[in-house]
Design a protein around this ligand. Structure first.
Ligand SMILES: [Zn+2]
Ligand SMILES: [Zn+2]
Length: 204
């Protein structure tokens, strides 16, 4: 599953759904962090990404680029959002308890805000509706700028993170019959219930 950077760019766009400069921004920042931390794309949960974006804001697409580049994915559970509203990521290597934080420099945002791509977005055009001749120059700019021109990377620092024990055991909810991973199940009146069933009872 080794991929070239070009392949990751294409995979990223397919995964992400549209061609924008935000997703490539995530690739570039994640690559810079990975290089500094000397880690490769996570096959399992050995690398964890803490992305500082929130929901529904500009350049949030960054998070998908981080997932593609770092192999830290929602499914594996080794990516978390901090909701700081920043375009930055802390990458943690569980093997040696080290981390780096990589972030986009302020000057980049000033430059991006002037771009025809952002002007279209600001006037309400959906990213998928922006024509390629407008989006491609912004994408090319993100992909071709040297790291030092727009990415800051911290020194490597210590970061200890609890290693979760992966649970395989499932139990059956006595109310709805769904199978539930044991640690998410509850006991109510000596019976096993899932979270939604527990909440339903409490609302009554
Ligand atoms: Zn996007
Ligand atoms: Zn249930």
């Amino acid at each position: 599953m080794e991929m070239t950077k070009d392949e990751m760019l294409e995979l990223g766009f397919k995964f992400h759904g549209h061609r924008c400069p935000g997703m490539p921004l995530g690739l570039r920042v994640a690559w810079a962090a990975m290089e500094k931390l000397s880690v490769s794309r996570a096959k399992d949960g050995e690398v964890v990404a803490l992305i500082e974006t929130g929901d529904a804001h500009c350049a949030g697409c960054f998070g998908d680029g981080v997932q593609v580049a770092s192999g830290c994915t929602l499914g594996k559970g080794n990516i978390k959002k901090t909701y700081y509203g920043k375009i930055a990521v802390t990458l943690v290597s569980r093997k040696d308890n080290k981390a780096v934080r990589a972030y986009v420099l302020p000057e980049f945002f000033a430059k991006m805000e002037q771009s025809p791509f952002m002007q279209q977005r600001n006037s309400g055009v959906q990213a998928s509706q922006v024509s390629t001749d407008i989006s491609q120059p912004s994408i090319d700019m993100v992909m071709s700028m040297p790291d030092s021109a727009f990415i800051g990377v911290s020194d490597v620092f210590d970061y200890e993170m609890e290693s979760p024990v992966v649970q395989f055991k499932r139990v059956k909810c006595s109310k709805c019959g769904d199978m539930v991973i044991e640690k998410y199940a509850h006991v109510m009146d000596d019976e096993i219930v899932c979270q939604p069933c527990l909440e339903t009872v409490h609302k009554l």
